[in-house]
Ligand binder design. Structure first.
Ligand code: BEZ
Length: 210
């Protein structure tokens, strides 16, 4: 089954470096970023894991938990974590799922057989507190992901949910936003009493709400 935006994220129980993870229960009322990497003891993955550890507090400030996965065993993750700490200067501080049986990889379609039939690609699933999938990204094994971009999307999604604003191309936190097209002018007046810059009837620019 192909997962699509808006689908309920499949639940699972799987071993991790933090013990068994019952996924939905573990997410609780938080957002979650579930991401796969191809293999332990590989260079790009090592840098990604270090970067994710460094940004954990920023994700937590946005009520978002992070969890990684590869088709290696938990014992391998534990041995590799020493290398991550040594080379990236930060200790592993979030769970890594050991998915040697591919239970989660298959549920989430993280193995793309025509790219590689044994390793997971670099998948990212952003999941909201209602357990709905809100972002899906797939990167090739040779390209490390941009974790600042994940923070940016998370902030954008949370602004949309809370204030009914969308974010324009290349937007970064603090910049002007756009009133979502689904909000009528009448309803927008209540939401944005200070008004907006109407560049077109469908392009209504407002300061970022906070
Ligand atoms: C890496 O993490 O460096 C990597 C993994 C698989 C293929 C290419 C690079």
């Amino acid at each position: 089954m192909t997962l699509r935006l808006g689908d309920t994220a499949p639940d699972f129980a799987q071993n991790s470096t933090a013990g068994t993870i019952n996924f939905h229960e573990w997410i609780g009322d938080n957002w979650c970023i579930l991401f796969s990497h191809p293999r332990d003891f590989t260079p790009v993955c090592t840098t990604e894991l270090g970067e994710a550890c460094k940004r954990k507090a920023s994700f937590e400030a946005r009520h978002c938990k992070i969890i990684g996965l590869s088709v290696d065993a938990v014992a391998d993750h534990e041995r590799w974590s020493g290398d991550i700490e040594e080379t990236q200067g930060v200790a592993l501080n979030f769970p890594l799922l050991g998915d040697a049986d591919r239970k989660v990889s298959d549920l989430y379609g993280m193995i793309h057989p025509n790219a590689n039939d044994t390793l997971t690609v670099r998948s990212v699933f952003m999941i909201d507190p209602a357990k709905k999938v809100r972002l899906i990204l797939t990167y090739p094994a040779s390209t490390g992901r941009n974790f600042a971009e994940l923070e940016r999307v998370l902030t954008s999604l949370q602004l949309t949910d809370k204030y009914k604003v969308a974010t324009p191309a290349n937007w970064t936190d603090g910049e002007d936003c756009i009133i979502v097209p689904m909000l009528s002018n009448e309803d927008a007046k209540e939401q944005f009493p200070d008004g907006w810059d109407e560049q077109k009837p469908y392009l209504r620019v407002v300061k970022q709400p906070s």
